[in-house]
Design a protein around this ligand. Structure first.
Ligand code: GLC
Length: 647
């Protein structure tokens, strides 16, 4: 609803002498005027009117104005072009990496841009590079200074220079904002520990166990093995503080609006560094309420929408990714609902599909994967996924039991099988992974392990068996291809492009050995990576096959994420097939998740719209004439076809 007072307030915050609202600042002013009423509405849902809250709202608006004023000109210019949904493009393809483990430091990364280009990647996710205490860092997700690059990686200037170079080379940048918590060594936490009341209110701090006990009754544990419980006793101040993740990660208290304002300033700081996609770490957790699981609460969505509106006003060229790894029905809400549809997070991880791919690979059966699609396909137009097979985190089997049951399996037994299969306990499994965060009470567990090791490459290499090596590589490529063509920005986890197997050196490091996710976060050996130029090596096959897959993607506009995916009934439980279409272009992805040769009746291609006569397989470079309904396309074990209708 139009509120004149708010508009006057903007005019006060955007004084004529500093702003040229007729020319240069016109679009900013327009966006601000358009968004202010909704900002006010959203803010009041969380923070009722009182003096403190009103002041914080004023500070929030001021932070938007400051962010715009500090936004470098080239970013303001690119904001104008980036209003279109650039991230939906089929030309986007990314890699996620730890700077230090990939190439030592940020400066060295400049020399690796050529490697990314050679691979076909134009989007880089740098795992957290801001200051984080060594040994208590959770891979950088325990930040002690949001604005200081950790000296282990370099300096802020190095990061700025890298961003500039990336932008010149047409490479997009993603970094994290760790919104939910700080390190216990962050200045706010230090002040809180030393008794400063203002900063104690930045966290959830209590004198005794009464409130913590009440919270813990309903809160699930995130790391039950290494960090049980959700509160930690702080000796320095004789208080309990909420620590949902590790004991050294203190949860920020967003019921205090000052926390929101301070974190908004950090978000703008990243925006003005030139970040293209901001990965909001663990957004599901940012609102807490006794008696709930403290995840996915409506207030968390309200806050995210407010953040989105602020970003859209001051730095619209920066898209937001919500890293919510939650149940299929919950994830959709992060894209926004109702009048906020497609107006919350622009991007989210397709963690459900990722886990379902692993499910289908272990069982050779695609039925559960298909049973989950009615949820996944609800994603609104204008938003997209990160589609992936592996990332730095574990694989959670987070899809719903009813999806498993719908496919005819017993959910408990099925999950047990998957855990045994990937931890290598199942008698015929070639996988080398490990269970992560086993909950002794519920037996819930997630899975660690690299793409290659989980697909059997580690075992095959160790045994030196060529057919097994080939089989493992086929599996890896089929998994990658499936995720590259399903829709969304494919993001490769570094090392996977050359088939790195598990790295067990973390066991020797006391800062890491309590967390087996480090087994799939390799230390890159550039000597080994040189093998990409030696034909016949695993590295060569993996690198050039990955590059080929990404290349095919870029040639086919129908792969852009435009809500243009149709699953096909394949009449064969081992095969998953989908149709991607755009205008006249029709592209079929066909994937055999089993270790046996599979047969697909040509009828499958005739069931949806125009029946193709000729199909060109971009992967094999082979032309097929579509046969009779009782004839079949034959797909080798773990094989796949990337077929374009060229009739
Ligand atoms: C996210 C990160 C994960 C981290 C957690 C806590 O889920 O991906 O690595 O442990 O947040 O920050």
């Amino acid at each position: 609803m139009y509120n004149h007072k708010l508009h006057l307030l903007i005019n006060e915050l955007v004084p004529a002498e500093n702003f040229d609202i007729r020319k240069e600042d016109k679009s900013f002013y327009g966006r601000f005027m358009t968004g202010i009423d909704e900002m006010d509405e959203l803010y009041k849902v969380i923070y009722p009117e009182n003096e403190r809250n009103n002041q914080a709202f004023h500070d929030l608006l001021q932070s938007i104005v400051d962010a715009h004023m500090q936004r470098p000109e080239h970013l303001r210019n690119s904001d104008e072009h980036k209003q279109e949904k650039w991230f939906l493009s089929h030309e986007m393809a990314g890699i996620s990496l730890y700077v230090d483990r990939f190439c030592g430091n940020i400066i060295n990364l400049n020399d690796k841009l050529g490697y990314f280009k050679k691979l076909g990647v134009n989007f880089v996710h740098l795992m957290p590079v801001f200051e984080s205490p060594e040994g208590e860092s959770d891979g950088g997700y325990a930040i002690s200074d949001f604005r200081k690059v950790d000296p282990r990686f370099g300096s802020l200037e190095d990061l700025r220079a890298l961003q500039e170079k990336m932008s010149e080379e047409g490479i997009f940048l993603m970094i994290d904002i760790v919104l939910n918590h700080t390190s216990h060594r962050h200045e706010w936490a230090e002040k809180a520990r030393s008794g400063d009341k203002k900063y104690q209110h930045y966290f959830y701090m209590y004198d005794d166990r009464v409130v913590p006990d009440a919270f813990e009754q309903a809160m699930p544990e995130i790391f039950p093995e290494s960090a049980p419980g959700s509160f930690t006793y702080i000796e320095g101040c004789d208080k309990w503080v909420m620590t949902v993740f590790h004991s050294y990660q203190w949860d920020l208290n967003y019921s205090n609006p000052e926390v929101l304002v301070e974190m908004m300033k950090n978000i703008f700081f990243y925006a003005n560094l030139g970040v293209d996609i901001l990965r909001i770490d663990a957004p599901a957790f940012i609102w807490k309420q006794i008696g709930t699981k403290c995840q996915n609460l409506p207030q968390a969505h309200t806050l995210l929408r407010l953040i989105k509106l602020c970003v859209e006003t001051a730095s619209p060229g920066m898209a937001l990714l919500g890293e919510a790894i939650v149940a299929p029905a919950e994830i959709m809400k992060y894209f926004g609902m109702g009048e906020y549809t497609a107006r919350e997070c622009d991007v989210a991880y397709n963690a459900t599909h990722m886990a379902l791919q692993w499910d289908a690979l272990a069982t050779g059966d695609t039925r559960i994967m298909l049973a989950a699609q009615h949820e996944i396909l609800k994603k609104p137009f204008g938003t997209t996924w990160i589609s992936y097979t592996r990332c730095h985190d574990d694989i959670g089997l987070g899809y719903d039991d009813n999806m498993i049951e719908q496919a005819g399996f017993n959910a408990f037994e099925h999950r047990k099988f998957l855990k045994e299969y990937y931890s290598g306990d199942y008698y015929s499994s070639p996988a080398r992974g490990a269970l992560f965060s086993v909950n002794p009470r519920t037996q819930d567990a997630r899975i660690s392990g690299s793409l290659a090791s989980l697909c059997g490459l580690e075992k095959a290499l160790e045994e030196g068996k060529a057919p097994a090596i080939k089989f493992a590589i086929d599996k890896i490529l089929m998994m990658q291809a499936h995720s590259f063509f399903i829709g969304g920005i494919p993001v490769i986890f570094y090392g996977d492009e050359v088939g790195y197997t598990n790295d067990y050196s973390y066991l020797q490091d006391p800062g890491k050995n309590y967390d087996n996710r480090w087994m799939h976060r390799p230390l890159i050996d550039w000597g080994k990576n040189k093998n990409i130029d030696i034909e016949g090596t695993v590295e060569h096959i993996m690198f050039f096959s990955t590059r080929k897959l990404l290349g095919i993607r870029k040639e086919i506009p129908a792969i852009a994420d435009l809500k243009n995916l149709q699953w096909l009934p394949t009449h064969n439980i081992h095969i998953a097939a989908f149709l991607r279409s755009l205008e006249n272009q029709r592209f079929y992805g066909v994937f055999n998740f089993s270790g046996e040769t599979a047969f697909l009746t040509w009828y499958v291609f005739k069931e949806w719209g125009r029946a193709p006569g000729k199909l060109f397989d971009h992967w094999k470079g082979k032309m097929y004439t579509v046969g009779q309904d009782d004839e079949c396309l034959i797909i080798e074990p773990y094989g796949f076809c990337l077929l374009e209708d060229v009739s």
